[in-house]
Design a protein around this ligand. Structure first.
Ligand code: ADP
Length: 275
């Protein structure tokens, strides 16, 4: 078995005959930061959508920690250990920062609960209403323990962005600055304790100082051993944070390697930097 965390082989996806992703293969090792760069329309976001289960591939395979995930939906893939953020920063607008992060925690807790399908069926549907009411009000030792775990987890993720999100923890997401919405989104993804964090242009729309802050946050995550698959346009950030860079053009991988090697590859300069 491969010792890679993520293994992608011969991945294909087309849209009405257009080969958006045309048979690409790559891997991400545990703790590795891998970036995908390339001109607009080269297939980067489609690749992230395939890896995170937002869309299904038309060919090839995706394996996470030894388990095939290319036929699973995005909820199952999240349970397998992939959390992602989106290009435009998706948060639940009316939920507070803390509640948004709690949503991320819940997806891991539900995944780790044994027989959750059965308990939904038997406990929630068939226990008499009074019994349910009692549990809801008083709680069980397990539910109180879970409540504490959630509160600690939310605190830990807010602490990651303390200066920015700390004072805003109870504010609804719609009232946040764009950069804080994106921080909240990353915090929510990290609350899932993912094996692989997938980030789609985390600095899009950010100014230089906000971008530097995100770079520092990514370096911190990397130092914690977090594996990351990143799509990002800002080459300086990519070069500083990545262990390996994959360059796509026309749905294919045209170069791959250490940041400094890729930066000087003539095909890359022609396809990406030179345009
Ligand atoms: P990138 O992220 O590198 O800019 P994308 O993966 O978004 O590229 O797109 C790759 C190609 O696939 C583009 O030509 C794009 O127009 C096309 N494409 C992406 N998603 C869809 C879709 N849902 N329907 C039709 N075409 C799409």
């Amino acid at each position: 078995m491969s010792d890679q965390l993520l293994q992608v082989d011969g991945l294909e996806r087309h849209f009405d005959g257009l080969k958006a992703v045309d048979g690409i293969s790559f891997s991400v090792a545990p703790g590795e930061v891998v970036s995908i760069i390339g001109p607009n329309g080269s297939g980067k976001t489609t690749t992230l959508n395939l890896v995170s289960g937002a869309i299904r591939p038309h060919g090839g395979s995706i394996t996470l920690a030894g388990a095939r995930i290319d036929r699973a939906d995005s909820a199952r893939i999240a349970e397998h250990g992939i959390a992602r953020t989106f290009q435009n920063g998706r948060v639940f607008a009316t939920l507070s920062v803390a509640d948004n992060i709690e949503v991320g925690m819940h997806s891991t807790l539900t995944a780790s609960r044994p027989f959750r399908g059965l308990s939904n069926l038997f406990l929630l549907r068939w226990i008499p209403l009074l019994g349910e009411l009692f549990i809801a009000i008083v709680g069980t030792p397990a539910s109180r323990r879970e409540g504490r775990m959630i509160a600690d987890g939310v605190d830990a993720e807010i602490h990651r962005f303390e200066a920015r999100l700390g004072p805003r923890r109870h504010d609804p997401a719609y009232s946040l600055s764009y950069a804080n919405r994106r921080r909240t989104e990353i915090a929510r993804a990290m609350a899932q304790k993912p094996k692989l964090l997938v980030l789609d242009e985390p600095t899009a729309g950010m100014n230089q100082s906000e971008t530097s802050e995100v770079l520092q946050q990514l370096l911190d995550l990397k130092a914690e051993g977090q594996a990351i698959l990143l799509v990002e346009h800002k080459l300086d950030l990519v070069m500083r944070v990545s262990d390996r860079v994959i360059v796509m053009d026309g749905g294919r991988i045209i170069a791959e390697g250490a940041p400094e090697v890729v930066r000087h590859d003539p095909a890359v300069i022609e396809a990406y930097i030179g345009r």
